[in-house]
Ligand binder design. Structure first.
Ligand code: SF4
Ligand code: SF4
Length: 158
């Protein structure tokens, strides 16, 4: 999705700022679950093709073990440090993605950042609208979640 359109969509969530965090989190969780119930991520994999997850230092040995290689080989082949000092995969699409079937080679051991993506059911969602704006550019499910919430907000107004 175009950056300007995602910005416009997120601006329409401004009605949420007057509501309690608990209420907002409950609403996101409810809509997140409903949308993902009918989302086939294997038919999409847009996040694995376009988003670079941060890999926590403690996840390095876990990923190496899942690939049956040592950490030094993992760094040599797949992981580097970005300009912010975070560990990330060296290439995009993610080298762990099988492009033929969109499956993750390390699914059971994938980074937390992948497990939580698109982060539409976090605590204090009201404070994470910037992240949400970035994620709706990539993730059609996140876009659907935001669109449904906007619809609900507009229904309350009328
Ligand atoms: S590690 Fe797996 S889930 Fe995470 S971006 Fe790569 S392919 Fe996708
Ligand atoms: S971009 Fe969203 S819908 Fe697509 S695979 Fe990732 S989480 Fe699933």
């Amino acid at each position: 999705m175009d950056k300007l359109i995602s910005e416009k969509l997120i601006n329409q969530l401004e009605g949420l700022t007057t509501q309690s965090s608990e209420k907002v989190d409950f609403l996101f969780e409810e809509v997140h679950d409903a949308v993902f119930k009918n989302t086939n991520c294997l038919a999409c994999a847009n996040c694995c093709k376009n988003y670079s997850p941060i890999i926590e230092p403690e996840e390095i040995p876990i990923i190496a073990k899942a690939l049956d290689i040592g950490p030094s080989q993992l760094f040599q082949d797949y992981i580097e440090m970005d300009e912010d000092g975070d560990f990330v995969f060296k290439s995009q699409p993610c080298p762990m993605l099988n492009l033929e079937d969109n499956k993750c080679r390390i699914y059971e051991n994938r980074p937390q950042a992948c497990q939580g993506y698109p982060h539409t059911n976090m605590k204090e969602m009201k404070n994470h609208l910037d992240l949400l704006e970035k994620n709706i550019e990539i993730c059609p499910a996140a876009e659907e979640i935001v669109s449904r919430i906007i619809k609900q907000l507009n229904n309350v107004k009328t």
